[in-house]
Design a protein around this ligand. Sequence first.
Ligand code: G3P
Length: 216
Amino acid sequence: MKLFLDTANVDDIRRGANLGVVAGVTTNPSLVAKEGRDLTQVIKEITAIVPGPVSAEVVATDTEGMVAEGLRLAAIAENVIVKIPMTEAGLAAVRQLAQQGVKTNVTLVFSVNQALLAAQAGAAYVSPFVGRLDDIGQDGIALVADIVDLFKLHGLKAAVIAASIRHPMHVTQAAMAGAQIATVPYAVLKQMTQHPLTASGLEKFLADWKNATEKK
Ligand code: G3P
């Protein structure tokens, strides 16, 4: 399973990219708004840092508007993926963009049927939201597993991006469920590197080394 960073913070993306584990980036209007920066500029910078797919989301809600916005976003860089919300108008936009060779990521997916529709409309990626389902007492990871099974069973080509990832356990579970990608906040990526036994083990190695070398 590949890891994407779910952020519009260019510094975090640079830090994550330095680790060599970030294969792509996803953004959404909330994440870009949080940075208080121009969308086109932010996407331009991100696509220059990460050569993999970078999702940029439309804010239009009608098909024509989404397609026009999607084409503008796709023109920013070759690795831009146009993120489209899972609505009727969105599905029609996905189809039109696919016909023009523009890759899309259908977002705000909360059911197997929505994922089926998105894949059939021609989405390259579908993004089930794990944490937001957990928030309302439904099993977000079970949805990811079901969508992975469905796509396998019916030979659907879209890749599954486990999104709305809130903690490292979600990442492990998404990987075990067969998601092709998990998109994670930078804080979760950092948590994934850590283990208390790694920290205490290193502390002991260094203390033993210091003791031994000081005795010489
Ligand atoms: O990729 C979608 C993600 O940004 C949503 O995450 O934590 O706002 O539910 P969250």
